[in-house]
Structures are given as C-alpha cells and as structure tokens.
Design a protein around this ligand. Structure first.
Ligand code: HEC
Ligand code: HEC
Length: 242
C-alpha cells in the first residue's frame, strides 16, 4: 500500500471513529466534541473520504458512486455488508454496529443527492465488441435465457424503484468485479438471486465488453431511477421487485 493510499484509508478510519462517535446506538464510543456539527452531511464525510462525491477510482481499485441510487438498493447493500453477503473489509467493519433505522437514514440521505455524472469516456471496444455489448443491454440473448439489462435496470439504465441500481457511470473494473463476485458466490442478493443467474450466463468476454460499454456512458444531471415496474420482471428477483 502506498503512503498516500495509507493516508487516505487512515483518514477513512479516522472518519469512521468520528462517525461511530456520532451514532445513535448505545455501545458506541463517547460523543464527539460539541465543536463537530452533528448533521448527516458531517457524519457522511466519513463515507465521502473513500467514495468521493461521485465515486472515485484509486490505485487499489474503485469506490463506487452511491449518490442518487435508489434508497431500497442502498439499504440492501449496507445490510448485505453488515450480514456478510458482500465482502469488503472496510465496508463490513463500518456497517457492523449500525441499526436498520440508521442504515435507512443513510440510504435516504445518499438517494436524495443530485450530483452531476462524469462525462462519457472512450470505451476502446472493437465494433464487434460494442455490438455484442449493446445487444446484451437492449435485447439480451434470448437463446441463452439472458434478459436485456434494460428490462430490469430501467430503459435509461438509471435504475428503477424500489431497489434496482443504475449501471452507468461506474468504473469498468468495479462492474467486472461485481459480476465476477456473483459468478463465484462472493456477492449475494436476497433469493431468488436473479443477478447471480444473469452473471453466470454471461461469458467472460461478454462481462468485459458490457462493463466497458456501460462505464463509457453518462447520464444528464437530474436523471432519476425509473418508476416501479408495472409488469413482472423477466426473472424473479428477491431484491428489487416492486
Ligand atoms: C475505507 C473506504 C470506504 C469507506 C470509509 C466507506 N466505503 Fe463504502 N465501499 C467501499 C468499497 C471499496 C466498496 C466496493 C466494495 C465491493 O467491491 O463490493 C464500497 C461499497 C459501498 C456500497 C455499495 C455500492 C453499490 O453500488 O452497490 C455502498 C452503498 C457503500 N459503500 C456505502 C458507504 C457508506 C454509507 C459509507 C459511510 C458510512 C461508506 N460506504 C464508507 C469503501 C469504503
Ligand atoms: C431480472 C432482472 C435483472 C436483469 C435482467 C439484470 N439485472 Fe443486474 N441487477 C438486478 C438486481 C435485482 C440487482 C441488485 C442486486 C442486489 O441488491 O445486490 C442488480 C445489480 C446489478 C449490478 C451491481 C451494481 C452495483 O452498483 O453494484 C450490476 C453490475 C448488474 N446488475 C449488471 C447487469 C447487467 C450487465 C445486466 C445485463 C446483462 C443485468 N444486470 C441484468 C437485476 C437484474
């Protein structure tokens, strides 16, 4: 770990100490000095140290954007880290002592943030890879029972209420990491885990192409997740169903 990175992680842990101090739970550390203004914005600085306002890449990987994702999705992820259905040391540790009520408050806070998305990036895909990625996103591969990504993640890929995340403007490395984690069982969502099904039906080449294509796209400021689905999803999802 570089000194700079150690500094960043260290700052995150310091922020975490402050955060725990401000937590509305019994066993936490004593309250922080009154000089620290006790607002949600202040407390959530501990998260922004790693995640940045709009997501952030660092030498050790990626810190996904959390602003503007559906509240239900964010709550599910915070609980997944707390209960070990997702694995990341810092996140598992941070969530360990937080109550459901507090996780809902955090999820609501980040869901309501309206921050610009980064500009579109070059994807570096060949024409054939780009076609394959776009086909998966908009049409799926019915011959292999892979539904279109948009059929669940929303026509604009900006997510869908109550708990389906948007997929654009996330780093390709992060997307590849998540799809890989579902394929190996490292990441789990509530059963039936439709995303595990989708991820297992994709080839490694498709994962790379679709991740790079998604990460190259952007969204206009103010884009919100789509409304609740009115029709059943193409696969049953234990999380993210209306
Ligand atoms: C030390 C760095 C660090 C800190 C501090 C941190 N996170 Fe994270 N967080 C991560 C990393 C890395 C991931 C991605 C883990 C993975 O690969 O699954 C993540 C993932 C997440 C996700 C899942 C995002 C998604 O799209 O599925 C949420 C939600 C989240 N963090 C919320 C928070 C909140 C809220 C806080 C503050 C209370 C916080 N994080 C503090 C590093 C951090
Ligand atoms: C049947 C519905 C469905 C389809 C089709 C679907 N997804 Fe998902 N996806 C979900 C659900 C539900 C989640 C949230 C799971 C959770 O709570 O952890 C999710 C989450 C994700 C995530 C994690 C995002 C993050 O911020 O961590 C990625 C990446 C993803 N999907 C990629 C895809 C891709 C690529 C496709 C198309 C090939 C696709 N999905 C098709 C239901 C679907």
């Amino acid at each position: 770990m570089s000194a700079k990175l150690a500094g960043i992680v260290g700052a995150g842990v310091l922020g975490l100490v402050g955060l725990v101090g401000l937590l509305p739970v019994g066993r936490a550390a004593p309250p922080a000095p009154a000089a620290v203004e006790d607002t949600m914005a202040q407390r959530m600085q501990a998260c922004v140290v790693c995640h940045g306002q709009e997501g952030r890449a660092a030498r050790d990987g990626y810190y996904p954007r959390i602003a503007g994702k559906p509240e239900g999705y964010l709550f599910n992820q915070l609980a997944n880290f707390r209960e070990g259905r997702r694995h990341n040391r810092a996140m598992n540790h941070l969530m360990q002592r937080m109550s459901d009520d507090y996780l809902h408050a955090i999820a609501r806070w980040f869901a309501e943030l309206d921050l610009p998305y980064p500009p579109a990036q070059a994807h570096g895909l060949s024409a054939a890879q780009q076609r394959a990625a776009q086909r998966l996103v908009f049409e799926g591969a019915p011959e292999r029972r892979i539904p279109a990504c948009v059929s669940c993640h929303g026509a604009a890929m900006a997510g869908r209420l109550p708990a389906m995340p948007g997929l654009l403007a996330l780093p390709a490395d992060y997307l590849i990491g998540q799809l890989g984690a579902w394929r190996t069982g490292q990441r789990k969502a509530a059963a039936p885990d439709c995303m595990a099904e989708v991820a297992r039906r994709l080839t490694a080449e498709e994962v790379g192409a679709v991740a790079r294509w998604l990460s190259s796209q952007t969204l206009p400021l103010g884009t919100k997740p789509a409304a609740h689905a009115t029709e059943p999803l193409p696969l049953r999802c234990g999380s993210g169903e209306p």
